[in-house]
Design a protein around this ligand. Structure first.
Ligand code: GLC
Length: 541
């Protein structure tokens, strides 16, 4: 497909950095990160060497699900600033050559959205109710939910309103699902897309992209629907009708030039995800197979090959992602005795990760990730090697999934903790006031930006070096070739003139004689051998 590639298709090899605005940088000192904070740190992001930012939601929202419950899609929540703050951020990023994509949450709104408020105030059967999925209940008096669907956050996916009807919410009860078969909904989202496109955004990350259309009749589902191996299943996910929505959006984006893009968050099997990135739909989809891979050479290789083949078949490039705001950071996951488990949280009562081992492996795996052709997504703080807050007392937890399951599940708060900028400052320099919406663990001092900046061996410097090499050697547009591996727990590959060796085992492995471009740790290579849980980039000879 490379012959069709134009300069405009910047996303094909882009490294895109996820900003979680609540926790990136807090300019006004209220304990909650904001857009002005992001703008203050644009030079930091430019120096890191990324191509684009993805901003998690900053829209008006009661924050029942940290902003993924939007009450006004075309305004900035006062918590994060104003539309003018957004314009400044966007202009500042563009001046520095970085693109900006924003989060779009089309599956559901907030229950505070004016449409839902109108629906509540209107009778059953009214046009206002028809924008959401209101239904009569089952049972003699309608006292049972209309079907047996469960919310992703636990409990029934239905909540009853005063007049006895029920509404569907695949997430929290404060996040009612839209009825996307109602043309009014599609028209409203066209307006939202155009609003942000006209402001100059470079694209959208589409939340729950596989959820908007439900099987007609909303039939019961007795299988697992939630986050089972291989993705979501059931009549509420991945219905063919969603693709009509993305074809329409594709045409809208194209009106604004050929350099706007969409990336799908769709928790599905890779073969099904590929359908979202056909040439007339979205441009990218997150590769959750890669994110959920075990620390296992054969499994990683299989997933990488399959991802490249499947996305290649539809003419798209693959995205590589290790962490985001919905699960334990990889520096912590990879320090668990089962490095491959993907818990949403690690709490006080759980097995604690081996912090040093987790960091070693995190630094090694990024050398694989950034060597692969395609696009990569980084989650804020991973460039610092940041672990989760794995001992956060439950009383601080805000994730609705935690509360809806009585603390059994959910609890994504550990990966959402404010970033450490200065080791010795209040709130580690997240702001000047020392306020913070979630507590930071003491060990964040060791990871602070001011401890890592200009330190050649730091994780931050490693990311900077790799991102520069990746660009200089054109790895994002390159081609992967596997080389024979000396051992089953070692991966060896070549991309252009870069030769990558990743040792997932504990025992050292011999290296070929070749100039060293980068190593995952200062002591990764000695006497022409590569240490365990380490990686190198060599100049292919
Ligand atoms: C997506 C988001 C997640 C949110 C959910 C509901 O999975 O990444 O954070 O809770 O959608 O909007």
């Amino acid at each position: 497909m490379t012959q069709h590639m134009t300069q405009q298709q910047w996303w094909r090899d882009a490294v895109i950095y996820q900003i979680y605005p609540r926790s990136f940088m807090d300019a006004n000192g209220d304990g909650m990160g904001d857009l002005a904070g992001v703008t203050e740190r644009l030079d930091y992001l430019a120096a890191l060497g990324i191509d684009a930012l993805w901003l998690s939601p900053f829209y008006r929202s009661p924050q029942a699900d940290a902003g993924y419950d939007v009450s006004d899609y075309c305004d900035v929540d006062p918590l994060f600033g104003t539309l003018e703050d957004f314009d400044r951020l966007l202009a500042g990023a563009h001046e520095r050559g970085m693109r900006v994509i924003v989060d779009l949450v089309p599956n559901h709104s907030s229950s505070e959205h004016v449409w839902f408020q109108e629906a509540l105030a209107s009778p059953p059967g009214s046009p206002a109710r028809a924008r959401y999925l209101f239904r009569d209940g089952r049972g003699e008096h309608g006292e049972l939910p209309p079907n047996n669907w469960q919310s992703i956050f636990g409990g029934a996916a239905w909540t009853r309103v005063d007049d006895g009807q029920w509404y569907l919410h695949m997430f929290d009860s404060a996040q009612p699902d839209f009825d996307w078969t109602n043309p009014e909904v599609g028209d409203e989202f066209e307006r939202v897309l155009r609003f942000w496109l006209a402001r100059g955004v470079d694209g959208f990350r589409v939340d729950v992209a596989h959820g908007m259309i439900k099987q007609p009749g909303l039939p019961d589902w007795d299988g697992e629907q939630v986050m089972v191996e291989g993705g979501n299943r059931g009549p509420m996910w991945d219905q063919d009708g969603v693709h009509d929505i993305y074809r329409r959006w594709h045409r809208i984006l194209a009106e604004y030039g050929d350099d706007r893009m969409m990336v799908a968050e769709a928790w599905l099997k890779p073969e099904r995800v590929a359908r979202y990135i056909r040439p007339d739909e979205m441009q990218q989809a997150f590769n959750f197979d890669y994110l959920t891979a075990h620390w296992d050479a054969a499994e990683l290789r299989t997933i990488i090959d399959r991802s490249l083949t499947i996305t290649g078949e539809v003419g798209a490039t693959t995205t590589w992602v290790m962490s985001n705001h919905d699960g334990v950071r990889h520096a912590s996951r990879l320090g668990l005795s089962n490095p491959g488990a993907r818990p949403q949280k690690i709490g006080i009562g759980d097995e604690q990760p081996d912090e040093a081992l987790g960091l070693r492996r995190a630094r090694a795996i990024i050398m694989l990730t950034l060597a692969l052709p395609g696009s990569a997504y980084l989650y804020q703080g991973e460039e610092l090697g940041l672990p989760d807050h794995t001992r956060m007392p439950d009383r601080y937890r805000q994730d609705p999934g935690f509360h809806r399951t009585g603390g059994e599940d959910g609890g994504r708060d550990g990966c959402r903790v404010p970033l450490p900028w200065r080791a010795e400052a209040p709130a580690f320099g997240f702001n000047d006031s020392g306020e913070r919406w979630l507590p930071q663990p003491d060990n964040y001092a060791d990871y602070a930006v001011d401890r890592q900046r200009d330190q050649p061996d730091s994780t931050l410097s490693l990311y900077q070096r790799l991102l520069k090499l990746r660009r200089d050697h054109n790895l994002g547009q390159g081609e992967l070739t596997w080389a024979p591996s000396p051992r089953e727990d070692v991966l060896v590959l070549t991309n252009g003139d870069v030769h990558v060796v990743l040792n997932l085992g504990d025992a050292p492995v011999a290296l070929p004689a070749a100039p060293l471009l980068a190593q995952s740790r200062p002591d990764a290579v000695s006497d022409a051998t590569l240490a365990g849980n380490a990686a190198v980039w060599l100049r292919a000879t």
